[in-house]
Design a protein around this ligand. Structure first.
Ligand SMILES: NC(=O)c1ccc[n+]([C@@H]2O[C@H](COP(=O)([O-])OP(=O)(O)OC[C@H]3O[C@@H](n4cnc5c(N)ncnc54)[C@H](O)[C@@H]3O)[C@@H](O)[C@H]2O)c1
Length: 305
């Protein structure tokens, strides 16, 4: 992609001070965008460790500014800052996330609430703050922008102990579809991207079996820049007709994911409740059932770099 393709465009990247978010912020700037980096400087579990990291990273370039804080609390501030500093808001990247795992049968309700609040409510609040501005900008003649939500295969395959994280990511996917519909008439697009990349999150994986170990070993070879390039592409006019889609990016592989639709159907027996007939009918669905494999097992093959 030629440099300068995103000149005049303004992005907000949550969790943009490290990992995949930082790679995305840097790549957007490489192509000429101005970027507001929002980051709360937390551990993977959401404990504060580097509260000023957003400001430090944001100060590295004249084309970026940092906003320290949890996106759930500072969404409106992020939009205001983008407008005040750079004159608008065109690209929203909901990338910030925390993870607190635990088996469902050892439920930790506080952990569940914290993950949903950070990952899902934070995404919603930024979309709620930015979309009215993005709409008004289009009405005023500015080119439509885009929203990109970083989700996870955990939402679609599941993984041991990831009830909170997977539920938040599935919620982000649903928000993606709804925003693609709601913003369709303005030309603002909204897509979900599943990243695969070596970050502290990948490092923290504790494999439950050999296939999961293979996933970790291979994921650790994949730099985040590939995800960043795809996010930059989705932000360009070339991608203006792509909306409501679910992609995966693993190294050079860009995957288009299917989205849940009925795959086949049977009819319940007519009249009365006849369990044997019912069971026989439902058995016809069996060849279509989805495998119960975790996401780490499903993606344990070699990445293409
Ligand atoms: N690394 C992978 O292979 C992988 C796989 C699937 C999904 N993802 C997703 O990609 C995204 C980036 O992951 P990563 O591996 O770079 O993570 P990371 O932990 O390395 O970085 C996340 C950043 O987000 C910040 N953050 C967390 N919660 C925040 C909040 N509420 N408000 C503001 N900042 C917050 C953290 O301080 C951190 O700087 C996440 O959404 C993650 O779920 C990553």
């Amino acid at each position: 992609m030629s440099q300068g393709k995103l000149a005049g465009r303004v992005a907000i990247v949550t969790g943009g001070a490290r990992g995949i978010g930082r790679a995305i912020a840097e790549d957007l700037m490489l192509h000429g965008a101005k970027v507001v980096i929002v980051d709360s400087g937390v551990t993977i579990g959401g404990e504060p460790v580097e509260p000023k990291i957003a400001e430090e990273v944001g100060a590295h370039s004249a084309n970026s500014v940092g906003l320290a804080g949890d996106i759930t609390d500072v969404a409106q501030q992020a939009v205001d800052l983008a407008i005040e500093r750079f004159g608008g808001v065109d690209i929203i990247v909901n990338n910030a996330a925390i993870i607190r795992d635990g088996f469902i049968f050892k439920a930790n309700i506080d952990a569940f609430d914290a993950v949903i609040r950070s990952n899902l409510t934070g995404t919603y609040r930024l979309m709620a703050a930015a979309t009215p501005v993005m709409r008004d900008q289009v009405k005023a003649g500015r080119a439509p922008g885009t929203i990109i939500n970083l989700v996870s295969t955990a939402a679609f395959y599941g993984n041991f102990g990831q009830s909170a994280y997977a539920a938040a990511k599935a919620g982000m996917y649903a928000l993606t579809r709804v925003a693609a519909h709601d913003m369709g008439r303005t030309g603002v697009t909204c897509n979900a991207v599943i990243p695969f990349a070596a970050t502290r999150v990948t490092e923290s994986i504790k494999p439950a079996n050999d296939q999961q170990a293979a996933y970790k070993e291979r994921a650790m070879q994949v730099p985040a820049v590939y995800v960043a390039r795809f996010v930059s592409f989705l932000s360009t006019p070339e991608a203006k007709s792509i909306s409501g889609q679910l992609f995966g990016v693993r190294g050079r592989e860009v995957m288009l994911f299917s989205q849940p639709r009925p795959v086949t159907k049977v009819l319940q027996p007519q009249g009365g409740y006849e369990l044997d007939a019912f069971a026989a009918g439902i058995r016809a669905l069996e060849p279509y059932y989805a495998d119960l494999v975790t996401d780490l097992e499903a993606f344990s093959s070699d990445p293409v770099l």
